[in-house]
Write a protein that binds this ligand. Structure first.
Ligand code: C2E
Ligand code: MG
Ligand code: MG
Length: 393
């Protein structure tokens, strides 16, 4: 490397505008469509040499210089987005910020001003932060909460490399979990490691976080992660990071991957089983309680609105990809009936009905629940058959 990486040379490069943003595409594993890109910085020297970020970001992170870099990246991203968004308005662009960026409100103010001036909208970009943000907890949390309340999605980057657990992270406004490449490759290791990965994805789902898998280098890994219920994919198998002009061509010429949201059907099945167990547990608790409790006073009371329970959230969002299949409409009817039975069951339990009436209501709920599971199974079968047809072509 001809250039010495020091604070001084980085400062000079910022003034000379030698930093460029590359974009690495992200694909929705639910629809197979392009859904985003991560902006990744490169230092392009006047001699044409490209210096990767891991050779200068750690130097910049030792001082406040990193904040100048992040602000530069965000400003550049806004400019680039006017081109990217014009070609595909569904693409969200994420950028990396460092923990130091949230020790004061400079970055937050820059972002808030950009949003208020309509230079970019909150749903058009995401911020990726690593565990370094957890260091100055009080300040960082306040900044991230401000941004999150504005509708900006915040991702925990490189999950699986640090020490923090998922439960701790739920105290922060993270709505996305980016699983690090080193964790993703555990798919090719032992059964135990695969199961940890699978359980992590499941847990993130339960905590209402979307999971992005980084570093997908082959189709087999992509398919396994899709089965595990991962929603978004990023990696060399889809594309390496590209300079803006090449990225724009990539977006323009992209052919959708096959949609195979199988993992989310498994999640929906599990969510449903959990919901049903929850309803029965709540009914038994209410029935046996000496007090007359209202549902608001029951800890962990299941969601009674069929559009808001986890199955309902899936149904009206990602599940809508099955709209063209007759069983999709049928599932809605059965699911609504199930919720009515669930609400009636809780009402009966609150009114201290006889044990016989309670048992019969539980039986009715169980039977309807089997119909829900049956319809979900039909959707799953449909996907498998569809996949065969695609593989045959
Ligand atoms: P990151 O944010 O986790 O970004 C993902 C890194 O993984 C990128 O490396 C990307 O090129 C690489 N990658 C993605 N898919 C694959 C794959 O399938 N195989 C392999 N081997 N690698 C893959 P990159 O661009 O070298 O960036 C490295 C790190 O530098 C980033 O990790 C991020 O922590 C940091 N970085 C990059 N740009 C910025 C920036 O603008 N600001 C800050 N603060 N950090 C940045
Ligand atoms: Mg990142
Ligand atoms: Mg990462």
């Amino acid at each position: 490397m001809a250039i010495q990486v020091t604070t001084e040379t980085i400062k000079k490069a910022l003034i000379e505008q030698e930093f460029k943003l590359y974009y690495q595409p992200k694909v929705s594993m639910v629809t197979g469509k392009l859904c985003g890109a991560e902006a990744l910085i490169r230092w392009q020297t006047p001699e044409g040499e490209i210096i990767p970020p891991d050779q200068f970001i750690p130097v910049a992170e030792q001082s406040e210089l990193i904040c100048e870099i992040t602000q530069y990246v965000f400003r550049q991203l806004i400019i680039d987005y006017s081109l990217i968004g014009a070609i595909n308005e569904n693409i969200k662009v994420s950028f990396n910020a460092s923990g130091k960026d949230f020790h004061n409100d400079h970055l937050t103010t820059l972002i808030v001003n950009a949003i208020n001036s309509k230079l970019i909208e909150p749903h058009q970009f995401e911020i990726e932060v690593t565990e370094t943000v957890l260091i100055d907890e009080e300040h960082a949390k306040a900044q991230l909460n401000t941004l999150s309340n504005l509708g900006v999605a915040i991702a925990m980057d490189d999950f699986g490399t640090g020490h923090s657990g998922l439960v701790e992270l739920t105290k922060w406004p993270f709505s996305i979990l980016k699983i690090d490449r080193s964790f993703v490759v555990s798919i090719n290791k032992s059964n135990k490691e695969r199961e940890i990965l699978q359980a992590t994805i499941r847990m993130a789902h339960q905590l209402s976080m979307d999971v992005v898998a980084e570093g997908i280098e082959d189709e087999a890994t992509y398919r396994v992660l899709q089965e595990y219920g991962c929603k978004t994919a990023q990696g060399f198998w889809i594309s390496k990071p590209l300079p803006l002009t090449q990225f724009v061509c990539f977006v323009r010429d992209y052919n959708d991957l096959s949609a195979m949201p199988i993992g989310l059907i498994y999640m929906a099945q599990l969510d449903h089983i959990q919901w049903k167990k929850n309803i029965i547990d709540t009914a038994l608790f209410l029935h046996s309680s000496n007090e007359n409790r209202s549902l608001d006073n029951v800890r962990g009371c299941p969601q009674l609105d069929h559009k808001k329970c986890k199955l309902g959230q899936w149904y009206y969002n990602e599940g809508a990809n099955f709209k063209h299949i007759p069983v999709y409409a049928q599932l809605e009817k059965v699911h609504c009936e199930l919720h009515q039975i669930g609400a009636d069951l809780l009402q009966l339990a609150q009114n201290k009905c006889s044990m016989e009436t309670l048992s019969s209501a539980i039986q009715q709920l169980t039977e309807k629940s089997m119909s829900v599971l049956y319809d979900l199974q039909l959707l799953e079968n449909y996907l498998h058959i569809d996949q065969y047809k695609l593989d045959d072509k």
